[in-house]
Design a protein around this ligand. Structure first.
Ligand code: HEC
Length: 127
């Protein structure tokens, strides 16, 4: 009886450790998922924040928020794809948002290009 109980305790400890390790892995691209959900996705019939920004309708607060989200993406590892390419894509987004904030000419178009969903998903988003 006693050894069995001991094994059970050991087993649950192993399971717990495995769960935490799994969480650690997941949190590596959590920032990416968060950024997508918060800024790229919107309920049907409404514009996601990224689209409002591309149309020049982003508020200062939205611009600051999305910039932070993109910096979080830059610091994260994508679930798949080449890491150097990933950094380039995130940096393009960051630069574009900073240019929009600064009111630079052509910044909205540059952002619209950088935020191309398919161009990024085809390499970095698992099916
Ligand atoms: C710079 C690259 C990049 C761009 C641009 C991008 N995405 Fe993503 N997106 C990703 C990656 C990488 C994932 C996978 C995240 C993961 O599984 O951790 C993802 C996942 C998603 C998800 C699933 C999130 C979840 O809950 O797991 C949605 C929805 C999404 N993107 C929407 C969009 C839309 C809409 C656009 C265009 C307006 C867009 N994304 C532009 C990289 C990008």
């Amino acid at each position: 009886m006693k050894p069995r109980l001991f094994n059970l305790a050991r087993l649950s400890a192993i399971v717990l450790v495995a769960l935490f390790a799994g969480r650690g892995l997941a949190s590596d691209h959590e920032a990416i998922e968060e950024a997508m959900k918060k800024f790229h996705k919107a309920p049907k019939g409404t514009d996601p924040i990224c689209k409002k920004i591309a149309k020049g309708e982003g508020t200062e607060e939205q611009l600051a928020g999305i910039l932070k989200a993109y910096e979080g993406m830059l610091a994260s590892k994508p679930p798949q794809g080449d890491e150097a390419e990933w950094k380039k894509k995130c940096e393009a987004l960051i630069t574009a948002i900073k240019d929009v904030q600064a009111g630079k000419d052509g910044a909205l178009a540059a952002y619209g290009e950088a935020v191309n969903c398919k161009a990024c998903h085809k390499d970095f988003k698992p099916d």
